[in-house]
Design a protein around this ligand. Structure first.
Ligand code: SDX
Length: 431
């Protein structure tokens, strides 16, 4: 916990309370209200947590005004350019960039955990073929707690580490199996001679009838997409994992909760919703119609892939993703991808529109990612599962950080009660 050097004075009905202020290594100061209810008998009120710090953390920092994102102090654009996903996983989990030997050991460990228990294959067959892959992932990841009993004791640091490795390693296998099941193709086992991204592509796109050769362009693009989605401070799904973990739930159940939260279109489901929106727009000429709908208070429509609770500037991940979209589509020979043209024109119009300027709405990580993923051969239903694969390392790093905090206690918010006050039961004959 940071050290308090100043206090904030809060006066209620003539009585003043001094609340400690803590200064972080970066970002806004925080006011500690942990003793406010005991001292003043009042709650603070912040639905949606727009102004609330829920925990200490040293993993990821976001400056929303500047549009900056750092993992353990390293800017995301440098990591996307110079690092790769498993190295970023190591950084998020352990706090420092690995030495060559540390990285090799870590990558070998993850590689050797990529298979899932053979009996888990049966879970997939319980789903309809047209089930959304996210539904399958919530079920199968939650069911991991029924198979990996030797890594569910959260009080045992070694078990916490094994669970972390298993989740990072097995999520691509489970996501690929959910995809294969949905298209009626046989499951493809992971290969230990392939890197993380290549393994995932092969498990998704290989078929027993022929050899699958991984395209290095796609592998690099896949790895970069994994890197860009790895962690993002206390977003909704990470907060869900932290809250689930605060009750002592096992890591697989906590990650299944995170997957469920990520699925929502306001969060990780936006990449699928954004591509579907671009397809509905269909032609640049129809952009003004959709911009008008997005601005209409009476229309629930929002520009998917736009806006963010924290970023009031460009999401730095969107900037990298936009550049990557140009590169990947060019390298794939997808000339003048119509959806990319619509997305670029939509961005150009929106960021110059007073409504979006005033509300500081910019493209976020989900705006361009779907265009790349579709060009790589993924159906829109696989966009959010890919986000979940990537974000698992963020969830589990934050889970580990919370469990290592001696001050951790179960999360239990209060409320502003606006319901009926006490009244006596009325017999049915008297109603
Ligand atoms: C992710 O938190 C994270 O870090 C998430 C994430 C991560 O890596 O974990 O970055 C991943 O979830 C990215 C966001 C993906 N979601 C979308 O692209 C869906 C579309 N965006 C919105 O629904 C919205 O912008 C949110 C949910 C992302 C943020 O919502 P907030 O912070 O609660 O803001 P708000 O809904 O209060 O909006 C503020 C104003 C409102 O207008 P007023 O009521 O003030 O008049 O801006 C408007 C909104 O109507 N607005 C939009 C808009 N987003 C906000 N108007 C049109 N189109 C939009 N996309």
């Amino acid at each position: 916990m940071a050290h308090s050097t100043r206090t904030a004075s809060l006066t209620i009905d003539g009585k003043t309370y001094e609340l400690p202020i803590y200064s972080p290594t970066a970002g806004p100061d925080v006011i500690d209200i942990t003793k406010l209810y005991a001292q003043a008998g009042v709650f603070t009120h912040d639905p949606g947590f727009t102004s609330t710090s829920a925990c200490d953390s040293a993993i990821t920092f976001i400056d929303g005004d500047k549009g900056e994102l750092m993992h353990r102090g390293y800017p995301i654009d440098q990591l996307a350019e110079k690092s790769h996903y498993l190295e970023v996983c190591y950084l998020l989990l352990y706090g420092e960039l690995p030495s060559a030997a540390e990285l090799e050991t870590f990558e070998t460990t993850i590689t050797r955990h990529t298979m899932i228990h053979e009996q888990m294959h049966n879970f997939f067959r319980g789903f309809r073929r047209d089930a959304h892959p996210m539904a399958t992932m919530v079920g199968v990841v939650g069911a991991m707690s029924a198979f990996y009993h030797d890594s569910t004791d959260i009080t045992d640091e070694r078990q916490r580490e094994i669970a972390s490795h298993r989740l990072i390693a097995k999520m691509p296998t489970i996501a690929a199996m959910a995809y294969k099941y949905s298209i009626g193709q046989p499951f493809v086992y992971p290969r230990n001679d392939l890197d993380y991204a290549s393994n995932f592509l092969r498990m998704c796109f290989a078929v027993p009838a022929e050899e699958y050769v991984v395209d290095p362009i796609l592998a690099r693009a896949m790895d970069r997409i994994f890197t860009l989605h790895a962690d993002h401070e206390q977003n909704a799904s990470t907060s869900t994992v932290r809250l689930a973990s605060s009750s002592g739930a096992n890591p697989f159940a906590c990650i299944a909760a995170g997957i469920a939260c990520l699925w929502g279109p306001a969060h990780g489901g936006a990449n699928q919703a954004c591509l579907e929106m671009l397809k509905e727009i269909g032609h640049p000429d129809r952009i003004p119609e959709f911009i008008a709908r997005a601005k209409d208070k009476n229309d629930p429509f929002r520009l998917m892939g736009f806006g963010h609770r924290v970023y009031k500037n460009f999401d730095p991940r969107a900037t990298v993703m936009k550049k990557s979209a140009d590169e990947v589509l060019d390298l794939l020979g997808v000339e003048n991808n119509p959806l990319l043209q619509i997305a670029k024109e939509l961005e150009r119009i929106a960021v110059n529109d007073d409504y979006f300027i005033e509300k500081k709405l910019f493209p976020n990580v989900d705006f361009y990612s779907g265009i790349i993923l579709e060009a790589m051969g993924f159906p829109t239903s696989m966009f959010t599962p890919i986000f979940a694969v990537s974000r698992t390392v963020g969830w589990i790093s934050q889970w580990k950080e919370q469990l290592a905090d001696p001050a951790m206690k179960i999360g239990r918010p209060r409320q502003l009660y606006m319901g009926a006050t006490a009244r006596d039961y009325v017999e049915i004959e008297n109603r």
